[in-house]
Design a protein around this ligand. Sequence first.
Ligand code: NAP
Length: 295
Amino acid sequence: MELLDGKLVSKQIKEEIAVTVNKMKERGEKVPHLAAVIVGNDGASLTYVGSKVKACKLVGFESTLVQLPSTTSEVELLRTVKELNENDEIDGFIVQLPLPKQIDTQKVLMAIDPDKDVDGFHPTNFGKMALDMSTFIPATPFGILELLERYKVETNGKHTVVIGRSHIVGRPMSILMGRKGFPGNSTVTLTHSHTKNITQIISQADIVISALGVPNFLKAEMVKDDAVIIDVGISRVPDESAKRGYRIVGDVDFENVSKKASYITPVPGGVGPMTIAMLMKNTLLAREKHMLARK
Ligand code: NAP
């Protein structure tokens, strides 16, 4: 079994980006600038946004954090999005999800300028991704592709089973694994809570990408020998021995599944850190696009 070490690879990616940013500085160019909008005080969301801002500092980007109260109306948030769209200093921005109930998430994501949509959630970018056009690929699936590529995991002709069909992970992942090229050329089965015989389907998978958010869902007896296991899940489970009173676990029973797998991502330290590194990569791409647009 080989560990797909997202912590290590994400560090390498951030170092590569930092080198590029230093060169931009030496040429007297403006460095990439990422803005993040957060509405409310959700603990997990604040942690995620904090990590994104920290990563910006590390690679030499500028960052702006826009913190809005949980009572923010849809109109107010749409105004903020418009301001960020029009602000020439900002190359890309994200609106941290989930949003409070009074706000229509789809409406907000639709309002983001596709050229600044570094999360890749806008329908224009999602459509481009599905059509194999150059665009921002959602950071989590992008990070999984990068891990498969850097570890040279064979995907050609393999049966990939994706568990979960969310717009940010499962659905794009299923499209990307079926694309022509590497990583890709897989035969993909997309499963969800209505899938019948899911255990049998998973047992036929060469590659399992699990993104459902159910701790220890994937057990050793469900996977075949030498399967590649990508664990996207992040769940907090109570743990009195931990300082915070909880610990983070994935969807996979790592201890037992790792004994059968050829490659496996740990949680934490697998897909999670890759997601942040790929957001940085998308922001760099946004900066480069803006420079080209001005020429
Ligand atoms: P989500 O919106 O929470 O949706 C979960 C998906 O799993 C749905 O498609 C659901 O099916 C399916 N599902 C639920 N129970 C199932 C079951 N028993 N069998 C088969 N399918 C089942 O998904 P998400 O936002 O992609 O999040 C999934 C997990 O990944 C969460 O733990 C989240 O925290 C984590 N995550 C991690 C990262 C990272 O950077 N590592 C990034 C994003 C998300 P239906 O569609 O039928 O309801």
